[in-house]
Design a protein around this ligand. Structure first.
Ligand code: NAD
Ligand code: DAU
Length: 350
């Protein structure tokens, strides 16, 4: 039996990866390590928590000594590292937290992996999950490939770029079998409602304004989270150490077009007359350093490893909206308490 560590497994993407691995690989022992920050929620994993091949451990990856001890105790065969501070707006308010978790936390995991594996690295892999934001911002043309030079603009993307460099440096310097994938914007169930899609679904539900940054002309390339989890599975099992794989759905949307589509779907599902939700659209002060456009070229992953996205965006968005409307309790739980303070601080000043 292989023991696989998944960090950040109580978060949005991590919970989908944990679910996929626990269900698909009964002969793997899956250890989900998470600090349970505001973004980590064990309710995301209720359906797998009782499975015999699943274990949750509460740790902070910034605590180097505790992480070293855990690795020596568990003897991991593979690591899939998702734990991170992930929200760009929070990185603008509090950059240091992003350095601690995303940079120092990643280096702590790399060090613990080296200590545990020593030179015994056959069939072992440290897989680092990263973002397309490290490549910076595109104008209206072109796409990010694996060879695009790094050019991060936000404290979040700068911290992810730094962690990517460390992961590659440990491969090149110490021969640690590492690889990196860089994915575009994910959407789907269990996403914390600070990110555009769940935030706007929740605001429409509560008839609150929809705060569109700037003119709403920024473009994002959206991928269904379960397709990202499938890509992570394929790359973990078939990817080559030392390589980088870009993951994306060839699915670019201008924010305002996506928001209008969400409003139409929500009107239909809530039995409102057409145009009701769109009246909530409110243009607010732009995000500082707001990247204009992201677009991922995932040809390498498709050609070399045969992954393709399974779901068309319109279908995925319908499914996602249905999920949030049918899981009001989940939404109410994550938006009680500190969320209200965050929301006021983030949006009142705009
Ligand atoms: P998330 O914010 O939903 O989840 C992050 C998880 O990490 C949470 O469960 C949190 O508790 C945990 N965590 C945070 N700090 C920790 C620490 N110090 N120690 C241990 N655990 C800690 O994030 P997400 O959107 O699921 O993103 C997961 C990963 O995927 C991140 O590395 C992110 O950079 C990357 N990514 C996200 C997207 C996206 O669209 N969301 C796209 C590409 C890449
Ligand atoms: O590209 C991958 C990245 O996608 C991930 O690495 C990040 O972890 C993830 O948060 C996401 O970053 P974005 O900044 O693109 O996602 P967000 O949902 O915050 O914003 C999407 C777009 O919507 C962006 O152009 C900003 C805009 N926006 C966002 C919010 C929260 C608004 O107009 N209003 C808002 O209130």
């Amino acid at each position: 039996m292989k023991t696989i560590l998944i960090t950040g497994g109580a978060g949005f993407i991590g919970s989908h990866v944990v679910r996929l691995f626990v269900n698909k690989y009964p002969d793997y022992h899956i250890v989900n390590l998470d600090k349970l920050t505001y973004a980590g929620n064990l309710a995301n994993l209720k359906d797998v928590e009782g499975k015999p091949n699943y274990e949750f451990v509460k740790f902070d990856i910034v605590d180097a000594a505790a992480i070293q001890k855990l690795f020596l105790e568990k003897q991991f065969d593979g690591v899939i590292h998702l734990a991170a501070e992930s929200h760009v707006d929070r990185s603008i308010s509090n950059p240091s937290e992003f350095v601690f978790t995303n940079v120092i936390g990643t280096v702590n995991l790399l060090n613990a992996t080296r200590t545990q594996w020593k030179d015994q690295t056959d069939n072992k892999l440290f897989y680092h999950i990263s973002t397309d934001e490290v490549y910076g911002s595109l104008s209206n043309e072109g796409m990010f490939t694996e060879d695009t030079a790094y050019d991060p603009h936000s404290p979040y993307s700068a911290s992810k770029a730094s962690s990517d460099h460390f992961v590659r440096a440990y491969h090149d310097t110490f021969g640690l079998p590492t690889l990196v994938s860089n994915c575009s914007n994910n959407y789907g169930s269990f996403q914390f409602p600070e990110k555009l899609i769940p935030l706007f679904i929740n605001n429409i539900r509560n008839k609150r304004p929809l705060p569109v940054y700037g003119k709403g002309e920024n473009i994002r390339d959206w991928l269904w989270v379960e397709d990202h989890a499938r890509a992570i599975d394929v790359i973990f099992h078939q990817g080559k150490p030392g390589e980088t794989y870009n993951i994306g759905g060839h699915n670019e949307w201008k924010n305002i077009d996506l928001i209008r589509l969400m409003c139409e779907i929500m009107d239909r599902k809530l039995g409102h007359s057409s145009g009701t939700s769109a009246q909530l659209i409110t243009y607010v002060k732009d995000r500082a350093g707001h990247d204009l456009r992201y677009a991922i070229d995932s040809t390498k992953l498709q050609k070399d490893l045969g992954w393709i996205p399974s779901l068309q965006f319109e279908e995925g968005l319908e499914k996602t909206i249905d999920w949030y409307l049918h899981n009001e309790e989940w939404m109410n739980n994550v938006t009680s308490g500190d969320y209200q303070k965050y929301y006021e601080k983030q949006y009142q000043k705009r």
